[in-house]
Design a protein around this ligand. Structure first.
Ligand code: NAD
Length: 473
């Protein structure tokens, strides 16, 4: 279904995908419009002195929905950001939160900047100033709008933003909940940095537990030994690729980065590639792999699983017919355009959508926010108690059987879960449950032919339920 020859904007692309689900659910045009429309978008421009000269920076924050508060969504720092992109990403956040049962509305922010051109001190002043603009205008607080890291931002920026909020609102006892993705020592939660990439892997593992879906995708059972191509070895891509390489026995046959692609049919060691990037700031020159400067061609390498984890609009109508994978897991937001989605679907390539696949980040952000409001680390009260109960149970078993327990039993039973265990357990549970919700719609609704539509059907049903409950319609 091509709308015209011009490429669609990011938000048009998302909205056309959502339209499919709205028509499956037979939602009337007025309600459909109100579901898709962003509530509000703020644009701020502010001056910062850099090397004795004034530079003006521009950023946006968009709230797609506030049916649940706070509205939630990352802030990206990138040389290409615009209002349309921020609104599209904010709407994805609404659907994402609904899919994984995170009780938040959807929001997103972006600052037009190339962070590589500025020193750490410059970045700190720019970030703090941007945060002040958002706080003053009501677009950042623990109760109403809570950012998180995205492209070009991480723990460091989140710590600066928290401190800025605390200075402006020293009376707010919940100030730590004003952003998520903070350093652990400053109110962050263990496991947040890796959460999105780990969530991607939990989604892939759940897919492989569903033999009928694996067969529909044209794959043989078992994740071990599967060939994987990944685009983007940043926060999301690195953790996803690392786990698939080190824990699941996949072969990462290609890694695509800004400056090209590394290829090794025997499998790349992800940790070594990352070390090389950290040292040399490029993938070029990595030993034991072929290198090509034509990074985009890497997407067309034959593989079992393709994971775009860099940015939007990477698989478009221009290259969709050259993609040679069996299944795509969208770790980035919007990596496949609406037109490409149609082409890939017709070619029988299965796609698991961004709004589900990369929802691990917001899921663990939710855990972090709850931890901040509770003012206590998860597991602190019960860990030693659980450990003691395990020891008592083992002792009882030994007494009853008259046998000495084995070392592994002691290790597994005499144990109380710590925060990281609980975060990973909650994340795994979320990704598995949500997969089953998508699958239920995909396999029982004759009008749903792909997992993306299934995901939006699940999201819209939940959104409409909550809108009806609070009397919007
Ligand atoms: P990041 O900045 O840490 O990493 C992005 C990586 O992609 C970098 O290594 C960059 O060099 C590479 N890259 C950029 N353009 C590229 C191109 N054209 N080809 C190949 N590589 C390219 O960002 P991130 O946080 O990992 O986010 C990646 C994607 O995941 C984005 O779409 C983001 O919105 C989405 N996402 C991130 C999170 C999160 O928790 N960080 C959560 C949900 C979704």
């Amino acid at each position: 279904m091509e709308k015209n020859n011009k490429s669609l904007s990011f938000s048009e692309s998302v909205n056309y995908m959502v339209d499919r689900a709205l028509s499956v659910l037979n939602v009337d045009p007025g309600t459909s419009n109100s579901i898709k429309t962003c509530n509000s978008t703020i644009k701020v421009s502010f001056p910062v002195e850099i090397n004795g000269k004034i530079e003006v920076f521009t950023g946006w924050r968009s709230v797609h929905s506030d049916h649940r508060l706070p509205s939630k969504g990352g802030i990206r720092f990138a040389p290409i950001v615009n209002e349309d992109e921020v609104e599209a990403l904010a709407s994805l956040m609404t659907y994402k939160c609904a899919i994984v049962d995170v009780p938040f509305g959807g929001s997103k922010g972006g600052l037009l900047i190339d962070p590589s051109k500025y020193t750490r001190d410059d970045m700190q002043r720019i970030t703090r100033r941007f945060a002040r603009e958002l706080i003053r205008k009501g677009y950042l607080s623990p109760a109403t709008n809570v950012p998180a890291p995205d492209m070009g931002t991480g723990e460091r920026e989140m710590a600066w933003i928290t401190d800025t909020y605390k200075q402006l609102h020293p009376e707010d006892i919940n100030y730590l909940g004003c952003v998520t993705g903070k350093p652990v020592a400053h109110g962050g939660i263990r496991g947040r940095t890796e959460a999105t990439g780990r969530g991607v892997v939990y989604a892939i593992r759940e897919f492989f537990r569903n033999a009928d879906d694996v067969q529909s995708a044209g794959l043989k059972p078992g994740l071990g030994g599967k060939t994987v191509v990944i685009q983007g070895l940043g926060n999301v891509g690195y953790y996803a690729a690392k786990l698939l390489d080190e824990e699941d026995g996949c072969k990462i046959i290609a890694i695509i980065e800004r400056d090209g692609v590394l290829i090794n049919e025997e499998g790349l060691r992800v940790e070594d590639v990352r070390k090389h990037i950290n040292e040399h700031k490029t993938i070029k020159g990595f030993p034991d792999a072929k290198f090509s400067e034509d990074g985009a061609s890497g997407l067309e390498i034959e593989c079992d699983i393709l994971i775009p984890a860099a940015m939007e609009a990477q698989i478009t109508k221009e290259n969709a017919d050259k993609i040679k994978t069996k299944v795509i897991f969208e770790a980035a937001n919007g990596p496949v355009t609406f037109e490409a989605d149609d082409i890939l679907h017709q070619r029988g390539i299965m796609i698991f959508p961004d709004a589900y696949v990369n929802a691990g980040g917001v899921t663990v952000s939710y855990f972090e926010w709850v931890r901040n409001l509770a003012h206590i680390r998860f597991g602190r009260m019960e860990r030693r108690h659980d450990e003691m109960r395990g020891a008592h149970m083992l002792q009882a078993l030994e007494t009853l059987t008259g046998k000495q327990s084995e070392a592994w039993m002691q290790k597994e039973l005499v144990y109380g879960a710590d925060e990281l265990d609980l975060v990973r357990s909650g994340l795994d549970d979320t990704m598995r449950n949500s997969y089953q919700q998508l699958k239920e719609v995909y396999s029982t609704n004759d009008d749903v032919h792909d997992f993306r539509t299934a995901a939006y059907v699940v999201a819209i049903q939940k959104l409409m339920r909550s809108y009806i409950d609070i009397g919007i319609y």
